[in-house]
Design a protein around this ligand. Sequence first.
Ligand SMILES: Cc1cc2nc3c(=O)[nH]c(=O)nc-3n(C[C@H](O)[C@H](O)[C@H](O)COP(=O)(O)O)c2cc1C
Length: 193
Amino acid sequence: MSTLTVRTAETEAPILDVLAERWSTRIFDRDADIDEAALASALEAARWAPTAANTQAWRVIVARRGSRSHAELVSTLAGFNSAWAGDAAALVVFIAETERDGKPMRWAEYDAGQVAAHFTVQAHANGLSTHQMGGFDAAAISAAFGLGAELTPITVMAVGELGDIRAASAELQARENAPRERRPIAESLLVND
Ligand SMILES: Cc1cc2nc3c(=O)[nH]c(=O)nc-3n(C[C@H](O)[C@H](O)[C@H](O)COP(=O)(O)O)c2cc1C
């Protein structure tokens, strides 16, 4: 069941609606299956992200709820992540190809992050919610999916429909209602000549 929760960022300058309205929910609808068309578009946006010298040194694992892969991924999640992320209709692992032909791929992790960013923007534009997680056991994912040493899991992203906050636990509700904050842009501008 989807709710109409809105947590639009208070911005210092106008930005695209989809960027202001994206946030990382922890409340997913555990009954809704993944919107396959929206997922395909998000993956397509990922595909068209820029990468260093167009090396495309990234891969993803897509695991839909109910599949063995999804259960495997849930079992690798750390701490509180394991309490909520399994409700998401899909878990997507963003993987950096950190080595190719025996040579280190200097930008692979950067590229994987940018790929994930493009994925999130398209996903939210298409009505999906996303939440990236660094709290997971990367070695366990590598073992479960037979990843070689050249492939490094960077984030696991929960993807799906927003759930009903009223049915969520008190802890989830508190986190969901916490103010969205960022430091002022002036504090990030080391030089603004
Ligand atoms: C690389 C990365 C790792 C993260 N790891 C976790 C995590 O393990 N658990 C979690 O609840 N949120 C995690 N987050 C979500 C951030 O806490 C969240 O994006 C940040 O607080 C800003 O909130 P917003 O996305 O709602 O704007 C992660 C985000 C990123 C980009």
